[in-house]
Design a protein. Structure first.
Length: 40
């Protein structure tokens, strides 16, 4: 039972981490764009 639960946790983590990378890239890109506008 614990092994099955761990497998689900790992799958959830991998799915979360793959979307996190894209979200982080988007946020950093937005920050860069705002910085460029502010300091032009």
């Amino acid at each position: 039972m614990a092994i099955a639960r761990t497998g689900v946790y790992v799958d959830d983590y991998l799915e979360y981490s793959s979307t996190l990378a894209g979200d982080l890239q988007r946020i950093l890109s937005t920050m860069h764009e705002l910085d460029e506008r502010a300091h032009g």
